[in-house]
Design a protein around this ligand. Structure first.
Ligand SMILES: [Mn+2]
Length: 259
């Protein structure tokens, strides 16, 4: 069991924010989902920061990789930023190789995972969500290895064609793996409780599982919550938090009580 980081103070304090995750954009393909995202960016309210909580991209093979489709996304982000929309990004299990070079080009401020923030006066701990899925032992072992700086450097040192071929193979393997599962592996509820105990009073907010929901827990006589963001298909689905409250757009989260 890995030790969780502790936070002295929230990294950001914001009056309002929008949250999305799990777009799984195939950035070398001109897809309806990419168009939906770029169009959605044109409709973001000015001065409302956008948090991208991982798996924005289906895969990532290095910031030195460019593609015309990717440039349209970078341009859409630049246009939104010109209207006062800021971006905050933490990586997911598929796009964990996104680095500072691409983030700077897109105008995304990178966040560690997990990270504590305060939105509209309420405390949140943000995470992609894969760290909570501790029942997937094979994945967690792979994750620990793949996140080593030396392993990442070795991968990124390969010539670009080799990395593109690797990404194609991984996509096929991932499809076969997901197809063999009855449903994607969900969070481990014991691990969720450990996080909630580590971060008293914060709402745990994550994506990854594609099981959009508001979960309520009773922990040390406190009512606690875990909010799960929806994945995108070809339409936008997001969470907006403003001083008046939280609104889910394009989706109705399941309500789940844990005793
Ligand atoms: Mn994920």
């Amino acid at each position: 069991m890995t030790a969780l980081p502790t936070f002295e103070a929230p990294r950001l304090r914001l009056p309002r924010a929008t949250f999305v995750s799990d777009l799984h954009l195939d950035i070398d393909r001109d897809t309806p989902r990419l168009h939906a995202f770029c169009e959605w960016l044109t409709r973001r309210p000015a001065e409302e920061p956008v948090f991208l909580l991982g798996d924005i991209f289906e895969f990532w093979i290095g910031d030195d990789w460019t593609h015309p489709v990717m440039e349209s996304l970078v341009a859409a982000c630049a246009a939104a930023r010109a209207r006062g929309v800021s971006f905050h990004f933490l990586t997911g299990n598929r796009d964990f190789l996104v680095g500072e070079t691409f983030a700077a080009r897109a105008g995304w401020a990178m966040l560690p995972d997990p990270v504590a923030v305060e939105i509209a006066g309420r405390a949140f701990v943000l995470t992609h969500g894969d760290l909570l899925c501790t029942d997937d032992h094979a994945y967690q072992a792979w994750r620990a290895q793949a996140r080593q700086p030396a392993a990442q450097a070795a991968f990124l040192a390969q010539p670009l064609p080799a990395r593109i071929a690797f990404a194609q193979r991984s996509r096929e393997q991932s499809r076969a793996y997901q197809g063999a599962l009855e449903s994607p592996i969900d969070v481990n509820e014991g691990e969720v409780r450990r996080w909630l105990e580590t971060y008293p009073s914060a709402v745990l907010l994550h994506g990854h599982t594609h099981r959009c929901a508001v979960h309520r827990y009773s922990i040390a006589d406190e009512q606690r919550e875990r909010w799960v963001l929806p994945e995108w298909h070809d339409t936008a689905r997001w969470l907006e938090i403003v001083p008046e409250g939280a609104t889910w757009h394009g989706v109705t989260p399941a309500r789940v009580e844990h005793r």
